[in-house]
Structures are given as C-alpha cells and as structure tokens.
Design a protein around this ligand. Structure first.
Ligand SMILES: Cc1ncc(COP(=O)(O)O)c(C=O)c1O
Length: 376
C-alpha cells in the first residue's frame, strides 16, 4: 500500500538535522518555551512576512486564541463554511458563541462570497448578531479574500482565516498570513508544514491582539508571573516541536513546489475522467489534499475498494457538512440550504499527495482511478 501522505521520505531527507535539533533541546532542558520557540516564531514571521507570530499547542487552540483575542462573546454569531473540518466550527460553541453555516463555491471548495448574505439572513432571523467570518483555505487554496472582506467590511465584521491546510499558499500575490485580521494554522503531522506531535500558530499584524494571545496561551498571565489579566488556557508549543518545525520550514518552499508538480501531473492524467481541483486565477495552493469529484451516480465506495485492491489509499473529506452532525444541528444554516456542500460530500475523493510522490507511482494511481471508474 502506498501512503496517502508520506512522512517517511521527508524524515529520511532531514533525519540527521532533526536528530541534532532534538538533541539540542534535550541538552539545554528548557522543554517549555525554550529558545527554539522564539526562533521558530521569528522564522515563520520571515517566511510569511508577518510581524507577530504566536505559536501554540494545536490548530484548534490557534483558532480559540484568535477568537479570545477578538473578544467573541456568548450568543454572538460567526459565519463559517459547513464543509470543513470540525475545529473551524467547534471553537465557537466552546466560547458560548454560535457557528452560522454558509455554503461553498463548487470550484474552490471554499466559502462562497455570494452565499454570505443568506447566512447572515438566517442568523438575523434567529436573533444572532454576526460579528465575524471564518474563511477556511480548504485543501490548500485560500478563499476569495477580496469579495469576502468586502462583505465583512460592509457589515462591520472581522475576518479570521483558518489556514490549517493552506499555510504556504497565496492569494493575488498576498501570502496566507495576511488574509484576515488573524490567521490560524495547524502543525499536525499530516499538514503541509507539520511537526511530530500537535502544534499550531496564529499570525497577525496587530500588536494588541498578539499580546492578548501571548497572555491567553499561558493562563492569561500578565507581565508578572502568577498575576492574571484574563481567563486563558495552556496552549504553548513545546520546544521539541519548535525544533522540528525549524528544520522542516527550511525545506518547505521546495516541498510546496514539488506538491504543485504532483497536482499538475494529476490534472493532466485525470481531467478527462473526473472533475479535478482548479486554482482560481491569482491563487496558489499548498495542496494539503488533492480532492477530485467523481461523476454523478458513481459508486464511490466501489471506486475506493478497487483502489484499495490496487494498493492505493483514498479518503473522503468530508462525508457530511458540519451542520449535519448532531451537536451542530440546532445552529443556523444559510437560507436556501447548502446544496454545493451536499454535492461535494456525495462526490469527493482525496488521492495520495505529498512532495515525494514520484512520476511512476503517480501514473499507477492515475491508471488505477481510470480502471476503477470504468468498473464502478
Ligand atoms: C481546516 C482545519 N482547521 C483546523 C484544524 C485543527 O488543527 P489541529 O488538529 O492542529 O487542532 C484542522 C486540522 O485538521 C483543519 O483541517
């Protein structure tokens, strides 16, 4: 079986440097908030051109810290795509606030700017005041920031970009990290930039918000140790994960280039038989996933079984919109429903993608997809 995401080839490439970096942490012994954490924040800031980088314990905690800094209050609403990973929606209820589910664009898989008014209308009807929007750069491509920001500005809302899958990408020449007042990302191992455990970060140009997040990630501590300015949490990134990320960031640009080559090869090989993912003009992707849409009426499970028989794993991201999961069923859904979300959930299939996917393996995958479709 070939891997869906190959972390071993990458580790083989930089194992010596990772070993040395981890050994350095073991030698100095500052396991929490050691010098690697500050260095990583500086390195990430240089990579995406951000003034303030607040590293933290996961992508979910990054979203939580961002919402705490933005001052989200109970009962307030935040528009979010239903077609996303749980974390993008889960953080609102954790703070007593309300996710308001919106539909996506069929090409980019991202929040549809034309659907925002329907989402706000549903919230208005439910008496929920929408104060912000969370965009999600799903599968690696950023959302249509310009049009979403225009809507947000017109209604006095802030924008938080969930870039757990899209850190490393760009929109109309602007790097992810700047599409929103705050940008949150995840360093979960399978993400384009991942560590060897859990990790995350928030990016912003706003010094005041950065200060709040730095305090909130250590229990709301102020300038004096054990004096608390606010309610916070334990959300620090540990030194070993920072040390790993410093080494991985050095090869990240090269890996992004390799991911793009793999995505192009898939598009060349599969565009005739399935809907292949397309980049919006002016957007780049970090290709966290390569997600195709099977023709209407295809037996997707049969395709998956045939691929599995050929030693090729596949995944369905996602089988249902978040609004269809029981704990979220009572939250507002955009007027007119979420037909694009439903269609994607019924037809998507994610294929193996990573920077170390070679030509021969990819040809094997392409041939197997074609053969499986022929039979399904
Ligand atoms: C879109 C999105 N947001 C947030 C997260 C949460 O990241 P983490 O698993 O690091 O908490 C993920 C992780 O899968 C994600 O895909």
């Amino acid at each position: 079986m070939i891997p869906l995401i190959d972390l071993t080839s990458q580790q083989n490439r930089i194992r010596d440097r990772i070993d040395a970096a981890i050994t350095a942490v073991l030698d100095h012994g500052q396991y929490i908030m050691g010098p690697e954490v500050r260095q990583l924040e500086d390195d990430l800031g240089a990579f995406s051109g951000n003034t303030h980088v607040v590293s933290c314990s996961s992508g979910t905690d990054a979203l939580m810290l961002a919402l705490m800094a933005l001052g989200l209050k109970p009962r307030q609403g935040v528009i979010v795509p239903s077609y996303t990973f749980a974390a993008s929606a889960e953080v609102m209820p954790c703070l007593g606030a309300v996710p308001v589910f919106a539909d996506i664009d069929p090409v980019s898989f991202n929040l549809d700017p034309d659907g925002l008014a329907n989402a706000k209308a549903a919230a208005d009807k439910a008496g929920i005041d929408c104060v912000g929007i969370i965009t999600v750069g799903l599968f690696g491509q950023p959302a249509d920031y310009d049009r979403i920001k225009a809507f947000a500005d017109a209604h006095g809302m802030w924008l938080l970009d969930d870039a757990a899958q899209s850190y490393g990408a760009s929109w109309q020449g602007t790097k992810v990290g700047h599409l929103g007042k705050l940008t949150a990302t995840s360093f979960f191992p399978a993400k384009p930039l991942g560590c060897y455990g859990d990790g995350g970060a928030v990016f912003t140009e706003d010094a005041e918000l950065a200060e709040i997040m730095r305090s909130a990630r250590v229990h709301g501590m102020g300038r004096e140790r054990y004096a608390y300015d606010r309610i916070g949490m334990t959300a620090r990134l540990d030194s070993i994960q920072a040390a790993v990320l410093i080494e991985k960031l050095k090869i990240f640009s090269d890996e992004l280039g390799a991911r793009q080559i793999a995505a192009d090869r898939y598009a060349d090989g599969l565009a005739e038989v399935v809907e292949v993912p397309k980049l919006v003009a002016g957007a780049t992707s970090s290709w966290a996933q390569y997600t195709i849409k099977l023709p209407h009426g295809t037996d997707r499970h049969m395709v998956q079984d045939k691929l599995k028989d050929a030693g090729i794993p596949s995944a369905i991201y996602y089988t249902k919109g978040m609004h269809e999961h029981a704990p979220y069923a009572h939250y507002p859904v955009a007027e007119g429903g979420l037909p694009v979300t439903a269609d994607c959930c019924a037809r998507v299939l994610s294929l193996p993608i990573h920077p170390y996917l070679d030509d021969a393996t990819q040809s094997r995958i392409i041939d197997a997809v074609k053969a499986a479709l022929h039979q399904a």
